[in-house]
Design a protein around this ligand. Structure first.
Ligand code: ZN
Length: 401
């Protein structure tokens, strides 16, 4: 079994200004705003595209299309905020919103209950409906719809393109109206990872439970993707085919994620944790730590100071410490101090969906002040495998009857 080890990104240094869980995301994106405590970030590919458009657009009505692009991305950001604010209202934590050239992604932690998921998924497209209605009202008030007729009358695509290049204020509003209608239609397609897929799953889950609802919604999404892909192929439309592939794999991924979530459902941290392990003392040398590493199967070690648990020493922090400071350095110099603690009764599912879960370092399980267990990635994988086998056997026996 190959398990990705956490990257050596200097997590052992305490840097209060830089939350370690989002370190990797920060490197590829630029924070542009914070709304309701949610950081909104621009992904670097987005900056590339905008730069390219700006350069390519110079001298060809670039300002008009740049304004339009800006407007569309504002609408996409508001769409994601719609999802996020409703999620927050139901008590879920929203990690961030990242804007990519092909759309936005709001990362909501935890697994929303079906009724919550339904409203969270609907909230995004609802924002675009409201924006479209506002733009329509504005256009109706300013006589902008007359412009639509004249634009539609231009059958020649070259002339229409020319019109697009010299966008007047009303044309901009009109284009944004069309873009918002498109955003609603596109996002409400009943296929993961689009919102429509989530709405479908949530609605089904209210009746038949989440695992089966996900299977059906994912299957429908994949069928739609195949149909769309064939249509794109017949039309020679490469872009459609690309979207079809994206949707096909998105649906598969969602089904997979739901499967591992269903496997841990109802399990508590105490069921999966390591109960027998060695601890190290803050005053131990790295030589002593490497002896224990060799003598046991253990890869990560809780570190104590007297009775108190003060940190954890994962294998790669130990190796790095040995390479940089040598055998005589102390455990206290290289251990991680910002440890994640849990109780035996905590749901395992919560740790799986948390960004700073068990991936970086083992979670220490406490009972009051006493250290009773440790949850490592390796152990978690073993637990998932065992549960999966048990579940499959149960299903086979039920089918056999
Ligand atoms: Zn959405």
């Amino acid at each position: 079994m190959s398990i990705p080890t956490p990257p050596p990104d200097g997590n052992d240094r305490k840097e209060p200004l830089q939350p370690s869980e989002s370190g990797a995301r920060d490197a590829w994106s630029l924070r542009i705003a914070t709304v309701s405590g949610i950081p909104i970030r621009l992904h670097f590919t987005f900056l590339l595209i905008v730069t390219w458009l700006a350069v390519a657009g110079i001298g060809r009505g670039g300002i008009g299309s740049a304004l339009f692009m800006l407007g569309v991305f504002l609408c996409v950001a508001l769409h994601e905020l719609g999802h996020s604010l409703v999620a927050q209202r139901y008590g879920y934590k929203v990690r961030d919103i990242v804007l990519y050239p092909i759309g936005g992604v709001a990362s909501i932690e935890g697994t929303p209950r079906p009724r919550h998921e339904l409203w969270i998924a609907l909230a995004g497209p609802a924002v675009n409906v409201v924006i479209a209605l506002l733009l329509a009202a504005y256009l109706a008030a300013t006589g902008g719809f007359a412009a639509l007729e004249s634009a539609a009358a231009l059958a020649d695509p070259a002339q229409r393109a020319q019109r697009m290049a010299v966008l007047t204020q009303n044309d901009l509003a009109l284009s944004l109206l069309v873009a918002n209608v498109f955003l609603v239609v596109f996002n409400m397609a009943p296929a993961f990872p689009m919102d429509g897929g989530r709405v479908l799953r949530a609605a089904l889950a209210l009746k038949i439970g989440r695992p089966q609802a996900t299977r059906i919604a994912a299957a429908i999404g994949q069928m739609l993707a195949i149909a769309f892909g064939i249509l794109g192929f017949l039309n020679g439309n490469f872009f459609w085919m690309l979207i079809a592939v994206f949707v096909y794999f998105g649906a598969g991924q969602e089904a997979q994620a739901e499967q591992s979530r269903a496997v841990v459902e109802g399990a508590a941290v105490g069921a999966a944790m390591v109960r027998e392990f060695q601890t190290l003392n803050v005053g131990d040398s790295l030589r002593r730590a490497s002896e224990v590493l060799l003598a046991t199967h253990q890869q990560d070690f809780p570190v104590t100071h007297g009775e108190e648990v003060v940190g954890v020493l994962p294998r790669n922090a130990l190796l790095r410490g040995l390479a940089q400071q040598g055998e005589s350095a102390y455990v206290s110099e290289v251990m991680l101090r910002d440890v994640l603690f849990a109780r035996q009764t905590d749901p395992l599912e919560d740790l799986l969906t948390r960004a700073d879960g068990v991936q970086r370092a083992p979670v220490l399980v406490m009972e009051g002040e006493r250290l009773v267990g440790m949850l490592t990635v390796e152990n978690l994988m073993e637990f998932l495998t065992l549960r999966q086998i048990a579940t499959t056997r149960d299903e086979q026996q039920q089918d056999g009857r």
